[in-house]
Each structure stands twice: as C-alpha cells, then as structure tokens.
Design a protein around this ligand. Structure first.
Ligand code: C5P
Length: 198
C-alpha cells in the first residue's frame, strides 16, 4: 500500500507528548487541538520540527478570510508544518501559506454526517475511509492527497467511524491515535501499523 502513518499525539501535556514521541520515534506526528491549547503545546510542535520530524498541525482553522490568511501565514512562519488543517476559507489559507506547508481541508468531521467535497482548492483533504474510496473510484480524484483518521487494527473496531488499516488503501496518510498512544507497547503498535501500511 505504501502509506505514511501519522501518529496523533492527543494527550493533555507536552510532558506526555514528549514521552510518547521518545518511545514511538515516528516520522510523522499530528498535533491537534488538545496539545495546541496546552501549556507550551505550539513550542513543542516547533521542537518536533526542529528534531526533523514531519508535522501535521491539526489546527482546524475556521474564521473570516483575513484572519485565516494571517493565522496561516503566522503558523507557516513560526512552525512550518508539512500539513495545516483548515475548516473554511481555504482560498485565504492558500494565500497565507508559504514554504513547505500544504493546506489540508477538513470540510466535514468524520464523526458528523460527511458529505462530498469534490471542488476544494486545497491540495489535501481529510476524510473518512469510506469517502476516500469514493473520491478515488467514483469521482476519479487522483490529484488530492487524502488523509484518513479513524483507523484501527483488525479485530479492534469499537466505533462506527473506524475501519481496519488494511481496508483503506485509497488513503495517502493514515492518522492513528489511541491504538498507538494507548497501547501497552506504543512502539510495537506503531510498527504493526507501519507493516500494514508498507
Ligand atoms: O481515534 P484516534 O485516537 O485514532 O484518533 C486520532 C485522530 O483522528 C484524532 O485526533 C481525531 O481528531 C481524528 N479522528 C477523526 N475522526 C474519527 C476518529 C478520529 O477525525 N472518526
């Protein structure tokens, strides 16, 4: 399949996040709202980048165009994530983006009733495995990077929105949080997902 695995560091403190990152030693991490709003969360995101790690900053920006543009510019200047997520005013985010940062559009949350978003100007889309399949096969969308959360190991599906890793080959990136971060052995769990995605 050859997909990248992004580990979602959804923990309440930089201390916990740093501890996990030290154990898992992943190539990609997602820093989302919980860590962004925790003490020194954004500084930690910057440190990950300085350590050579690739970063999906899941800020889910949503505001008027000028603010989205300026917030995007500030994030690119200060943190330079590989991906930055945006909920609305994607054109404004694209205007504000610079350097290596790619805008990932989150038109719908996978926990909500998702609809198709086939006309986004963003280079990347965050969507469920189900929509990823339809985007690729039914709509023939091949030029967007698809980032898919809600991934589990086979036999470990406990909610409606999750799918086993091997059944989402349309995704370019798999975002995996608790199945790795809450595993007894997070490093072994990460390795297992890497094997499936390889
Ligand atoms: O469920 P898990 O802990 O693997 O979630 C990892 C990340 O994926 C979370 O940060 C969450 O924001 C996102 N997610 C999602 N839709 C889901 C499940 C998780 O967007 N159905």
């Amino acid at each position: 399949m050859s997909q990248q695995v992004i580990v979602a560091l959804d923990v309440p403190s930089v201390r916990e996040a740093a501890g996990l990152a030290g154990v898992i030693r992943a190539s990609w991490y997602k820093v989302g709202l919980e860590l962004i709003y925790s003490k020194d969360g954004l500084r930690f995101a910057r440190q990950l980048k300085m350590a050579g790690v690739k970063l999906f900053l899941d800020a889910k920006l949503s505001d008027v165009p000028t603010t989205v543009e300026r917030a995007t510019a500030a994030i690119c200047r200060e943190i330079e994530p590989e991906f930055l997520s945006v909920r609305n005013n994607v054109e404004a985010a694209l205007k504000g983006a610079s350097g290596i940062t790619r805008i990932a559009h989150v038109p719908y949350l996978t926990s909500d009733r998702e609809q198709y978003c086939i006309a986004t100007p963003a280079p990347a889309l965050v969507c469920s495995a189900h929509l990823a399949r339809n985007y690729r096969h039914d709509f023939g969308i091949l030029d967007k990077t698809l980032i898919v959360p809600g991934i589990r190991l086979p036999g470990n599906i406990s909610d409606d929105h999750a799918v086993p890793a091997a059944s989402c080959e349309e995704a370019d990136f798999l975002v995996i949080g608790r199945p790795i971060t809450r595993a007894d052995d997070p490093y072994a769990a990460y390795k297992k997902f890497l094997e499936i995605a390889a």
